[in-house]
Design a protein. Structure first.
Length: 267
């Protein structure tokens, strides 16, 4: 099984990059499953709308994952319970959290499970993601060993730690949230593919997708600032492609995907 994963889609520019390049990537890389993180995909860069969710699916996403901005666009409450293709962090606290923290899809004769988890370091104090992963993975492995984890976290150590903790029990752990693609994509002990952060998909000219002026002002004066999404060219699209043995669930290869001004897509 080949899995294509695309990192945090930011604003209108990010959605445009998905619409332009995702069909091309699917044509050339031929993944059997495509996962897109959409937690920053509204025009203001926080949350997701039903319209954008449908646009991501129409462009080729099979599953859309979320993160710490899951609830920022209140419209999500109107449709999250009605879909099996949108997953929010599984470790949100409480018994009656809307939506689901994982989903599954049939890929030929195999089943792929997709789990979304959120870290706790420098982010809101959700339930323990390690304990949540333990419980979910134990149950899911009764049905399939092919498990992809989008770990939405702030710090590299927490992402690396959970990848090592789940080594051999999941097929891949790929980090999101920090919007900068890391250069450490590899398969841990021939078992679990890992990448600290897949990077972002959106405007390349800003600061992590936001207009620079307000971000710089915040650093200079330490006063609250309203961040607005950068809308200009050029764009960037980041992610990775992972090959997995369907029978063992072990990853055999992970390779970064990067499209920007310095890495044009010319296939």
């Amino acid at each position: 099984m080949r899995i294509l994963f695309i990192g945090d889609v930011v604003g209108d520019r990010g959605v445009q990059m998905i619409q332009t390049y995702l069909p091309q990537l699917k044509r050339d890389l031929k993944p059997q499953a495509t996962i897109v993180n959409g937690e920053n995909s509204t025009p203001v860069g926080r949350g997701i709308s039903q319209k954008i969710y449908k646009q991501l699916l129409a462009s080729g996403a099979d599953v859309v994952t979320m993160g710490n901005h899951t609830w920022d666009n209140k419209e999500i409450y109107d449709f999250i319970d009605d879909t099996t293709k949108l997953v929010r962090p599984a470790n949100f606290p409480g018994k009656d959290v809307p939506g689901r923290g994982w989903t599954k899809l049939k890929v030929n004769q195999a089943t792929l499970a997709v789990i979304n988890l959120q870290g706790r370091v420098f982010l809101p104090p959700l339930d323990d993601p390690f304990a949540a992963a333990d419980k979910l993975v134990t149950e899911i492995r009764k049905e399939t060993p092919v498990i992809f984890v989008d770990f939405h976290g702030e710090v590299t150590s927490e992402k690396r730690a959970i990848a090592l903790y789940l080594k051999g029990r999941v097929s891949a752990v790929v980090g999101t949230h920090t919007h900068v693609q890391t250069s450490d994509a590899h398969v841990i002990d021939h078992q679990t593919a890992f990448m600290t952060d897949a990077g972002m998909t959106g405007p390349a000219a800003g600061v992590l997708g936001m207009q620079p002026a307000s971000v710089i002002a915040r650093f200079l004066n330490q006063r609250p600032a309203r961040y607005e999404v950068e809308t200009s060219e050029p764009g960037i699209m980041s992610g990775c492609v992972i090959d997995v043995n369907d029978e063992t669930g072990h990853a055999t290869k992970i390779k970064p995907v990067l499209i920007d001004h310095d890495h044009p897509y010319d296939r």
